[in-house]
Ligand binder design. Structure first.
Ligand code: HPA
Length: 249
């Protein structure tokens, strides 16, 4: 079953006909919120708001392990992460939608694995391609089918937050090869891989990253809400198209 993890600006899926809520207990503590089970275009789907329903959980406080564990426990086999980001690459301005293909992790101090080695086992997972290519391809095809522009590929830099970056930090991320910057992509993607879930992301560019474009001297947070509202409408349409029979896995 498909699961959607909604980020800032997507705390619920308007097109989801809810069939129930599941409060899931996990060995890792509480997920961000109860899971919403439901149907989109007749397809069963589950949804979780990454920051909680009232957007109360900061990126570094999210219990990523509990969220992924809960989705898997309730039958998810594939996960689409929707997350807002700052745009670094020219062309990734506010309102752009991107399906990233790579990740660089700059986070620290987050519980980032299910394989703690407590049982004396050392477990490594392959993470060369951090996102599921088949799921990425389906998202891109669904967007094309409903006429939404979605950029194919980009390097996502995961920063610790909750503060935004300095202009010099963004310059460094760009030198490292990053195109987008956000605070929640890791360890979520790695945990999904460890859990055996196919995982891909739709990144919504909320603002130019620090020091870029109209964020040259400051990121104007008040402008972000309107950008996200419009862009999340487009994300919803892509998810609806993906749920239609022609794009089912
Ligand atoms: N930096 C980090 N995370 C973000 C940004 C940003 O500029 N915009 C939205 N999420």
């Amino acid at each position: 079953m498909l699961a959607i993890i909604g980020g800032s600006g997507l705390s619920k899926l308007a097109s989801l006909e809810p069939t129930g809520r599941r409060v899931v207990r996990t060995p890792y503590g509480e997920p961000s919120t109860a899971l919403t089970m439901g149907r989109v275009r007749g397809r069963d789907l589950m949804f979780i708001a990454r920051h909680g329903y009232g957007h109360t959980i900061a990126p570094h406080k999210i219990n990523y392990r509990a969220n992924i564990w809960a989705l898997k426990d309730q039958g998810a086999t594939e996960v689409i992460s929707v997350a807002s980001v700052g745009g670094i690459r020219r062309g990734f301005g506010p309102g752009a939608l991107v399906v990233p293909d790579q990740i660089i992790d700059y986070t620290c101090g987050r519980s980032s694995t299910f394989f703690e080695g407590l049982d004396g086992q050392v477990t490594h997972v392959d993470f060369t391609e951090p996102y599921s290519q088949p799921l990425r391809a389906r998202i891109l095809a669904a967007a094309q089918a409903c006429g939404e522009v979605l950029a194919d590929g980009g390097v996502y830099a995961a920063t610790q937050g909750p503060r935004l970056e300095t202009a010099a930090e963004i310059n460094r991320l760009e030198r490292d090869g990053a195109d987008l910057v956000g605070m929640t992509g890791m360890p979520e993607a790695a945990l999904a891989r460890e859990a055996g879930l196919a995982y891909a992301a739709i990144n919504v560019v909320a603002n130019h990253a620090a020091g870029r474009g109209d964020s040259e001297h400051a990121i104007v947070l008040e402008a972000i809400e309107a950008v996200l509202e419009d862009a999340m409408g487009r994300v919803r349409r892509i998810i609806e198209a993906l749920a239609s029979p022609s794009f089912r896995s």
